[in-house]
Write a protein that binds this ligand. Structure first.
Ligand code: C2E
Ligand code: MG
Ligand code: MG
Length: 661
């Protein structure tokens, strides 16, 4: 039964060949003009009543009543559909389509029957002409009006015109019979018009539908990141704007987590973009699983992701950031590669950390910078003091770019004394910078900034040239030491620069020492190994600075054959009292002797430290007890006067007493 009903339904409704959306749109055209429907209904009502009144025939009166009832029902249904049910879209459309269809057929059939009856039951030409005109006019109008559903239009034309043509034929008058033939021909003509109009309407609807599909596709492309599927920068910024506007009104917290993968570029460069892409996709999966709906993820570009968490306080934001870092640091398997990856996250929570969306983003970015600067693989929350620090860093950055040209950098030298002979053996070049507005800035502050903005190379070159030019004036047995930061080994041009400088200054290579720290090995610097070998081949001395502060791996000592080690001042600090520091200093002393390396004890500030260093077999001492770093003129004078360790200590003592007095 259900099957039969479905068949009838599908036949009546015109088959299911059309796309649902187009079908809905076509059905809507049926109801699109309730006025024309109302006019049709009104014409039927008026003319049928007129005929019934004229003919005084019970059958015609009955027909007129039925026509009027259907006309009223259809007008009401069209109005209701338009006013109330338009919103329900596809779900109700089939019912409305069928309702319209049945109503339309019933009405057309009644007009046809009415015309037939009036022609059969009356001889009055007036009674004939009105229903025939009504049926013909109705059929002509319907061909265009209902072209949205071809079956309905053709069905209606047939139902209205064929009984009318039959009535005209039976009536027998030659003129009537000719009109009957014309009406049959009209059915065929009307069907053709309906079909053509229908096709035009369907084509137009299809075009519109494709346009809207294309628009949806473009909208998706504009909003989402094609690689990972999460929102892109633009969509995230729009979302942030909206969220911030809503949240700042209610003063709820809105957390931004700005995440950056640590050393993603290296993976991308070494393993290729395919691996990089796969890694990014996995990272997004991890983010989504970890967040579990607590925030919206967006790819901000490259390996940066921004996570927006509405209604979230700082503590929870930090907790989530830690969970994310833990989930990413588990490692990611891409094909045959197991990638060790970590992430850094900067957190900013509005409205405390930012008055508007831009400020909040800037501050999250600043917190991320801080997380990177503090060793990566961590989450750091923004603080306003960070802003001041950043401001200073920014001033240092901009200042550094013109410091060399403006002659703001000065090179000072700290003497390193040979404990045994008491004479100056080495002078370590230490940079000093007098910033025009910030005043004196120490190298421990500006060197890391110079490294981060790729300014360390020109600075190292400048130091190298200046130090060699000054040192060539000193006696042959006084060496000069300069500090080399890991970043200046990156480009690989250091050996050429060193050779060029030595040749230019005429300083023998053996009088130049390069101090490097263990971080050059940790920083995954592929040039470091090759560079150190080349530098040693030139014949200059390599010294391991700040020994004991890093990993202090003995394998570096074996692999690189350093010419010297500088024991970090943190060990010398309490060497006079701490048994542990004593043990370490003696052990390093022993090791250095065995490996033919010269030792310098850094940070000697009192006589006990110097004494212990001497006892431990340390050859050289550097520290404020003897002398801080001095200007080139002073150091050159000290060397010329052959100042000994004792003289230097005495002079320092005099200075201290004078200062106290
Ligand atoms: P460093 O190479 O370990 O240099 C020794 C630092 O210890 C110097 O600080 C020096 O002034 C300080 N010092 C010396 N004796 C004592 C002492 O008895 N007690 C204490 N507390 N400190 C003492 P400075 O000049 O501030 O330099 C800091 C660091 O900046 C240096 O550490 C070095 O790593 C870096 N640096 C300095 N100049 C340069 C440079 O031209 N290039 C590079 N790449 N780094 C440099
Ligand atoms: Mg040093
Ligand atoms: Mg040092």
């Amino acid at each position: 039964m259900r099957k039969i009903w479905t068949r009838i339904y599908s036949m009546l409704a015109g088959g299911a060949e059309q796309d649902a959306d187009i079908r809905v749109a076509l059905t809507e055209t049926l109801y699109a003009s309730p006025t024309s429907l109302a006019i049709g209904a009104f014409a039927g009502f008026l003319l049928s009543i007129a005929v019934a009144t004229q003919a005084h025939d019970p059958v015609l009166t009955g027909c007129a009543v039925v026509i009027s009832l259907i006309a009223v029902a259809r007008t009401i249904s069209a109005t209701i559909f338009f006013r109330h049910l338009q919103m329900q879209r596809a779900r109700k459309h089939r019912i409305w389509e069928l309702a319209y269809e049945l109503g339309a057929w019933a009405y057309a059939a009644m007009l046809g029957i009415f015309a037939l009856m009036s022609l059969l039951r009356s001889d009055d030409p007036m009674v004939h002409i009105l229903p025939v005109a009504l049926a013909t006019g109705y059929a002509a109008g319907i061909a265009g009006r209902n072209a949205g559903r071809v079956q309905i239009a053709i069905g209606q034309t047939c139902l209205a015109l064929l009984p009318t043509a039959l009535g005209l034929w039976i009536e027998g008058h030659i003129g009537y019979q000719m009109l009957a033939v014309v009406l049959v021909a009209m059915v065929i003509g009307m069907a053709e018009i309906t079909r053509t109009t229908h096709n035009i309407v369907v084509e137009a609807l299809r075009g519109k539908q494709e346009k809207s599909k294309l628009a949806t596709k473009f909208e998706r492309l504009a909003r989402f990141d094609s690689l990972t599927g999460v929102e892109n920068r633009m969509a995230m910024q729009m979302r942030l704007g909206e969220l911030f506007a809503a949240n700042s009104k209610s003063h709820d917290a809105l957390a931004i987590l700005w995440m950056d993968l640590d050393r993603f570029k290296e993976i991308n460069d070494s393993l290729g973009h395919m691996v990089g892409d796969a890694l990014l996709r996995t990272v997004v999966q991890r983010l989504l699983v970890t967040l579990d709906g607590r925030g919206h993820v967006a790819r901000f570009g490259g390996d940066e992701f921004v996570i927006l968490c509405p209604d979230m306080d700082r503590v929870t934001a930090h907790q989530i950031a830690d969970e994310i870092i833990a989930s990413i640091s588990k490692g990611v398997e891409v094909g045959t590669n197991m990638l060790a990856i970590t992430a850094s996250i900067g957190i900013a929570v509005g409205p405390q950390d930012g008055r508007d969306a831009d400020e909040l983003m800037q501050n999250a970015d600043m917190a991320l910078y801080d997380a990177k600067a503090h060793g990566r693989n961590r989450a750091i929350s923004f603080t306003w003091s960070m802003k001041e620090r950043m401001h200073r860093i920014h001033e240092i950055e901009t200042g550094l770019r013109r410091a060399i040209e403006n002659d703001e950098l000065k090179l000072h030298f700290q003497p390193i004394f040979a404990i045994e002979s008491g004479r100056i053996a080495i002078c370590e070049a230490l940079l000093r910078w007098n910033h025009p507005s910030l005043g004196a800035i120490m190298p421990s502050e500006f060197i890391p900034v110079a490294e981060s903005i790729h300014m360390i190379e020109p600075i190292t070159d400048w130091v190298l040239k200046r130090a060699c030019m000054i040192a060539r004036e000193w006696p042959d047995d006084v060496r000069v030491a300069i500090n080399i930061s890991p970043a200046s080994l990156k480009s690989g041009s250091l050996p050429q620069t060193v050779i060029g400088t030595l040749m230019e200054s005429g300083l023998p290579a053996r009088r130049l020492e390069l101090e490097v720290t263990e971080s050059i090995f940790l920083d995954d610097n592929r040039y470091a190994h090759q560079m150190l070998r080349e530098l040693q081949q030139i014949g200059l001395r390599l010294v391991l600075d700040d020994f004991g502060t890093g990993y202090s791996s003995l394998s570096y000592l074996r692999d690189y054959r350093f010419d010297g080690i500088k024991i970090d001042r943190s060990f010398m600090n309490s060497v006079a009292t701490s048994r542990e520091d004593q043990a370490i200093v003696s052990a390093v002393g022993l090791l250095a002797r065995e490996l033919d390396m010269e030792i310098v004890a850094e940070g000697i500030e009192n006589i006990e430290q110097l004494e212990y260093a001497r006892k431990a077999g340390v050859e050289n001492a550097q520290g404020y007890l003897m002398s801080a770093a001095q200007s080139p003129a002073v150091i050159t004078d000290m060397i010329a006067r052959n100042v000994t360790i004792g003289d230097a200590m005495a002079s320092q003592l005099r200075d201290t007493v004078a200062k106290r007095a």
